[in-house]
Design a protein around this ligand. Sequence first.
Ligand code: PEP
Ligand code: MN
Length: 262
Amino acid sequence: NNPFSQQKKIIVNREKGVEFGKDNIVIAGPCAIESYEQFLKTAEFVKSQGADILRGGAYKPRTSSFSFNGLKEEGLEILKEVRKKTKMPVITELMDIRDLEKVYDSTDIIQIGSRNMQNFPLLSEAGKQDKPVMLKRGLAATINEWICSAEYIAVEGNEKIIMCERGIRTYDDYTRNTLDLAAVPIIKKETGLPVIVDPSHGTGIRELVAPMSYAALACGADGIMVEVHPNPDEALSDGEQSLDFDNFEELMEKIKKIIKIY
Ligand code: PEP
Ligand code: MN
C-alpha cells in the first residue's frame, strides 16, 4: 500500500523543460522578492548561469513579526512579470489556504515551507490542485513525520511532490540548522519522490552553501535550491546565507563538472 504509487512525471516547462528525478535541477533566486528591479536582475543573472528554476518568496514566514514579511500580492505580481519576461519556471511559498488561488495563478511549483510542514489543512488543499508541490522538511521533523506529511498531499490525488531537505534543529548552533544529507537516499528509497537540498537554510552560512551543494549532488539529490541576492549585505531577509553573483557563478561552474553518480 504505497501512497506514492501513482507518481506522474514532474516536468516544469517554459522556455526549457526540466524533469525532477531525471535532471540535476538548480533552483536559485532571492529569499524574498523585494522589488521588480532586484528580482529581475537576480533572475536574469541566475538564468545566464544555467539555473533551471527561479525562486522568490512573496509571503515570508519570519520568526519576528517585526521583520520584513514579504510584499505579498505585490510580490506575486512581480513574480508573474519576471516569469513572463525571463521565461523561467518559478517557485514560491504558499503560507495560507486563503491565498491558494492567487499563488496558483502566479507560480509553476507551490512551496510548502518548513513551518507549515504539519499544517494539515494546507497540505490537503495542496493535494487537491494539480501543480507540483515542494514540501520542505519541518524545523524539527523526523523523516517519518515528513513522509506522513507528503502522504497528506498524495491521498488527495496530487502525487507531484518534491521533497526538500533544509536542515533540522539540533543541539549544535554553529550552523543555523543541521543539514541531514542521509535523509536524501532514505527519502528516495522510502517514497521514490525526488529530493532537493537547500543548503542555504540548511547551514545559514554563505561559505557553506557551495560545499554542501556538491555533497548533496554526490549523495543522489535531484538538485539544489540556493538563495542568491545582488547585494546580500542589503538583503531584507537571509542576507548572511545568500550568495552574491560571483559566488553563484563559481558554484555553477563547479557543479557543471560534477558527474552524476546516480
Ligand atoms: C524559503 O525557502 O523561502 C524558506 C522560508 O525556507 P524554510 O521554510 O525551509 O525555512
Ligand atoms: Mn530564506
